[in-house]
Design a protein around this ligand. Structure first.
Ligand SMILES: Cc1ncc(COP(=O)(O)O)c(C=O)c1O
Length: 455
């Protein structure tokens, strides 16, 4: 293998020097492999990227689960440009600007009844850490400071900040960083009897009872909250088993634990409803969101809570000039991000995109499950416009096959995500039936080519 891309791709070398490539320490990327053979996007329109070598690539993961409306939406560009020209930044501490209140109101309208207050962050990771602080602060304000432990779930992904890594359940993301928040974990919901399930698996509601076991072990007086994704995305698309989320809610109610849904992926459309909570019929006490709020165009996250949590902080706030929640980011509710959020959510509602996802989810499901029997495929799962394929491991190298398949797909004109031992598909909400077929055919061909290449 050559050492730098200059050796392989003269067109790319004109775009970036070897020194420039070296300077950027890329996130969640095999930096050595990438810098030998970069995959660079230079434009995006609708459901397609254009790569630096001039190829049109279908966006099979909506950016990073972010861009359901497709790329280059003029309404968002116009709103962002206008806001940049009018008010490019305004301080978020002790001062405000109208758009954040309008966006908060819009978010409340789009989340299930009972969730009424919105705290803005800049990302999913910040949203989770904000939610954890809210949960601990809530119990302190109620005179129960011992309620500080969190219960996450094995295979859960809650971003990369210290709290999120602690409640997260992905060993690879935890092992380098040592102790973070005090957390225990209920089991994941992958069961062999659910292999190749379509939509919500039939088996597995009983796994929620493991929460009760942890309550018996740690005692409810020590537990602040339970944190789960309604559907795990990063773990390879794990829809909740039927009845599972309801059971978690019942146990949280029984033992006075807060329930936090991490809806950074499921929030605003991908499940075929506005939120996972709406789709699965279970409302948490705190919901975290990010990605789809601005259609990925600006960094913005949100934490939406029940009034009891907001009011607990307000009631303990002391004199009214005092800060009730000593927390926030310089860029919380950034005016340009809020402008993007308002424009993106208007489009989502106006174009009825969650409804479109629901209408096409049967087509998507049938297409992805047609890959059963393709080389290396050991399981397929799906819900809404999200699907995960588990792939047979190379001995001792579970991450290698998905990487090889992802790169092969990219060469064939399809961007998909590889993560853990899975390939993940999450096309934009605007995807047509023909594009679903072409994406799935592309993945199928890539699997066969990979099988042929290793004999
Ligand atoms: C469920 C979930 N929570 C949190 C995050 C972290 O979000 P961010 O990368 O914006 O910090 C992600 C990102 O993929 C996610 O899927």
């Amino acid at each position: 293998m050559p050492d730098t891309m200059d050796d392989t791709t003269p067109a790319l070398a004109q775009l970036l020097s070897a020194e420039e490539l070296k300077a950027h320490w890329m996130p969640f990327t095999g930096n050595r492999q990438f810098k030998r053979d970069p995959r660079l996007m230079v434009a995006g329109r609708g459901a397609y990227y254009t790569t630096a070598d001039g190829r049109r690539v279908f966006d099979g993961l909506s950016g990073l689960w972010t861009c359901g409306l497709g790329h280059g939406r003029e309404e968002i560009t116009a709103a962002v440009s206008k806001q940049m020209a009018e008010l490019d930044y305004s301080p978020g501490f002790q001062y405000g600007h109208p758009l954040s209140f309008k966006l908060a109101h819009k978010v409340v309208q789009l989340t299930p009844p009972g969730l009424e207050h919105v705290f803005f962050t800049d990302s999913g990771s910040e949203s989770i850490d904000t939610a954890l602080k809210m949960a601990r602060g809530y119990w302190r304000s109620k005179g129960k400071p011992g309620k500080a432990k969190f219960i996450g779930r094995v295979k859960g992904y809650h971003g990369v900040n210290y709290g999120g890594v602690g409640v997260g359940g992905i060993g690879f993301n935890r092992k380098l960083f040592g102790q973070s928040v005090d957390a225990d974990h209920i089991p994941h919901t992958v069961l062999p009897e659910n292999s190749f399930s379509r939509g919500m698996p039939d088996n597995g509601a009983h796994l929620a009872n493991e929460l009760e076991e942890l309550v018996l072990l740690h005692d409810a007086s020590n537990i602040a909250a339970v944190v789960v994704e309604p559907l795990s995305g990063t773990a390879g698309v794990l829809p909740p088993p039927k009845g599972y989320l309801n059971r978690l809610r019942e146990i949280c109610d029984k033992y006075d634990l807060l329930l936090i849904f991490d809806e950074v992926i499921t929030g605003f459309g991908r499940m075929g409803s506005l939120t996972g909570a709406e789709e699965f019929g279970v409302t948490p006490d705190i919901m975290t969101m990010a990605k789809q709020i601005t259609n990925g165009t600006q960094p913005l996250g949100a934490v939406v809570t029940r009034p009891m949590i907001y009011e607990a902080f307000i009631d303990q706030g002391g004199p009214d000039y005092m800060v009730e929640f000593p927390h926030g980011y310089t860029y919380s509710a950034h005016p340009v991000a809020c402008a993007a959020g308002l424009a993106a959510l208007d489009l989502l509602v106006k174009e009825e995109l969650p409804q479109r996802v629901k209408a096409l989810s049967g087509k998507f499901e049938a297409a992805v499950h047609s890959l059963k029997g393709s080389p290396f495929v050991t399981d397929i799962r799906n819900y809404g416009f999200a699907a995960g394929l588990s792939l047979e491991h190379y001995p001792g190298e579970p991450l290698r096959r998905p990487f090889e398949l992802g790169v092969k797909c990219f060469e064939k004109g399809f961007y998909v995500r590889w993560g853990a031992d899975t390939i993940q598909l999450a096309p934009p909400f605007i995807t047509t039936e023909a594009e679903i077929d072409s994406l799935v055919n592309g993945v199928g061909e890539a699997l066969h080519e990979l099988a042929r290449s290793i004999g």
